[in-house]
Design a protein around this ligand. Structure first.
Ligand SMILES: [Zn+2]
Length: 276
């Protein structure tokens, strides 16, 4: 199995289009939503659930935990959970914006019974690449237990104006996964998805372009700066995302060695969170 995940929605146009694309190929996915957008479009959350997808929480606004501080993040999470509750959803997973953990993030997750959930393969769809290019880049990461990061909403600073290429990617991505014997399923409680552990070198693949107040093109993410080989000035930190979040090391079946040597900072206990 494999998990497709979509962050930053719901978006009235693009979430609906992603749901249509998933329905067309009868695949399930997980949506990590923003409370402020859920309040605007609760019907999209309801539709996702009705169609068999999982819904997790991303945040209310799109706060970077290390910058926002505990009180702000706690309030943000509470607001997001309230928005989801109003939409009839009690999420079990939390993908924090940019995967950027603060020392208090795990505590807040535990307080609300949320499993912190990272990803193992990144489409970098916010950059505006064509679907075929994204597929070629992400295909090596389609392994058992892979968690693929996509976006069904536009964050400030994204290099694209819409999510059309993400929508176009869904069908081919599902087909590529199935060609490897991997059925895209919704993340449920049984999944042992990769978990960011407050790693200072956790990269910022989805984040920089959306970072509130962060200058585009600037590796403003602390994690990004910490990642070796990340080209200066590149928000997407290709080297970082290729080697990291969850990468490969801890996911059984992932390509051996990919990223492993370069990630001495990945706690070995992350392995315990890989899909068993
Ligand atoms: Zn996000």
């Amino acid at each position: 199995m494999l998990a497709l995940t979509f962050d930053d929605g719901p978006d009235t146009r693009w979430t609906a289009a992603v749901l249509d694309a998933l329905a067309a190929c009868r695949a399930r996915a997980t949506f990590f939503v923003l409370g402020e957008r859920v309040r605007a479009h609760p019907e999209l959350v309801a539709r996702a659930v009705a169609e068999g997808h999982a819904v997790g929480v991303h945040g209310d606004a799109h706060l970077r935990h290390p910058d926002a501080g505990r009180a702000a993040v706690a309030a943000d999470l509470a607001a997001a959970l309230a928005a989801l509750a109003a939409a009839g959803v009690a999420p079990g997973r939390w993908r924090v914006p940019w995967g950027a953990l603060a020392p208090f993030t795990a505590e807040l997750a535990a307080l609300h019974g949320l499993a912190l959930t990272g990803w193992t393969a990144d489409t970098h769809d916010w950059r505006g690449d064509r679907a075929d290019a994204m597929l070629a880049a992400v295909e090596p990461g389609l392994a058992p237990g892979a968690v693929v990061l996509c976006h069904d909403g536009i964050g400030s600073g994204a290099r694209r104006r819409d999510c059309a290429e993400t929508v176009a990617l869904v069908g081919p991505l599902v087909a590529a996964a199935r060609a490897r014997g991997l059925e895209p399923v919704a993340l449920d409680a049984a999944w042992r998805a990769p978990v960011p552990r407050g790693n200072p070198a956790w990269p910022d693949p989805q984040g920089s372009p959306e970072s509130p107040g962060a200058p585009a093109g600037s590796p403003e993410a602390p994690g990004a700066r910490a990642v070796r080989g990340a080209p200066a000035g590149s928000p997407e930190v290709p080297g970082a995302t290729a080697s990291a979040p969850a990468g490969s090391p801890e996911v059984p079946g992932a390509r051996p060695g990919r990223g492993t040597p370069a990630r001495p900072d990945v706690p070995s206990r992350v392995s315990a969170d890989a899909l068993g």
